[in-house]
Each structure stands twice: as structure tokens, then as C-alpha cells.
Design a protein. Structure first.
Length: 167
């Protein structure tokens, strides 16, 4: 007949053997592509891209970023340009060019290389903009709002701009 002490020792040995046999198995390596991974979606949110008044001698560039997993980012807003100072004359003498560029296009633009733009408005002093940006997939994407004074430094212009992006 087993004594109480022997039963306890036997139970401890069985428990230790049981734990030793149940080692964690290594996790399988992921075969899911990065674009299929779940991540928080920015859908239903909005962010201010630009809300300011600023001078444009030659060009003024403003960078903004679309977060990853933005399925249908939509940029909307308006700008108005003035000759000399804010709320000065806003007519054809205040015309500027406006461009929306991706990262590669902005690099070409900054280095004076010919390039396309995602969106362009030429010779305008009062413009509303509504533009659907490409889907960002699994990584954030940078874009640039470029305001260009076609007269260069010969005439100072001031721009009042307000842009938002909805996701």
C-alpha cells in the first residue's frame, strides 16, 4: 500500500512529465502579404492639410501624408491669391498655378526635371479643388501642394488656402 507521501511525490513527478511533454511549438512563418494584414483604417476621419495665408514669390510647397489603408482619400479645399498683400487685389494679376504632386513628381519638380502632375490648375486666383487621391495600401504616402507664381519674383503674391483630406 502506498503511503500518502508516495502518492504526493508520484503526482508531482507525473505533473512535471506532463509539463515537459507540452512544449510550445514554434509559430508558423507568415504567408500573408503585407497588403492583406489587418490594420486600423482611417475611414470616416478627416485631417487638415493646409489652413494658412502665405507669400508666394516663386513657389511654395506644402507636404502632407495619407496614412496607410486609406481606401478612398479625397482632397478638397480652395485657394485665393492676391497681389501684394492678403485681401489686396484678387484678379488676373494675382493668378498662380496650383499642382498636386506625388513624391517622385515633387523630386522632379524640385530638380527642374520635366514631369507630370496628379492635378494642375493654371493661371487662377480663386479656385475650389476636389480630387480623389490614389489608395495608400499598407504604407503611408506623401503628397505635395505646390503654389507657383508664374511671374516669379517680379511680383509678390499672397495666397490664402484651406485644404482638408477625408478618408
Amino acid at each position: 500500500m502506498l503511503h500518502h507521501k508516495h502518492v504526493v511525490v508520484l503526482l508531482i513527478v507525473l505533473l512535471a512529465l506532463s509539463l515537459a511533454c507540452n512544449k510550445d511549438e514554434p509559430e508558423p512563418t507568415s504567408t500573408v502579404s503585407p497588403s492583406e494584414r489587418a490594420a486600423p483604417s482611417p475611414v470616416g476621419t478627416s485631417q487638415t492639410v493646409l489652413d494658412k495665408t502665405f507669400p508666394v514669390n516663386a513657389t511654395a510647397t506644402y507636404e502632407f501624408e495619407i496614412p496607410s489603408h486609406a481606401a478612398m482619400p479625397h482632397l478638397h479645399g480652395m485657394f485665393e491669391s492676391f497681389t501684394g498683400q492678403a485681401k489686396g487685389p484678387s484678379d488676373d494679376s494675382a493668378n498662380i498655378d496650383f499642382l498636386i504632386l506625388n513624391q517622385d513628381q515633387e523630386a522632379d519638380f524640385a530638380n527642374n526635371r520635366p514631369s507630370e502632375a496628379l492635378f494642375t490648375v493654371e493661371a487662377s486666383h480663386d479656385q475650389s479643388v476636389n480630387f480623389d487621391l490614389p489608395t495608400s495600401l499598407d504604407h503611408p504616402v506623401k503628397y505635395y501642394l505646390v503654389f507657383r507664381n508664374p511671374d516669379g519674383k517680379k511680383s509678390s503674391k499672397v495666397v490664402q488656402a484651406n485644404f482638408r483630406v477625408d478618408f
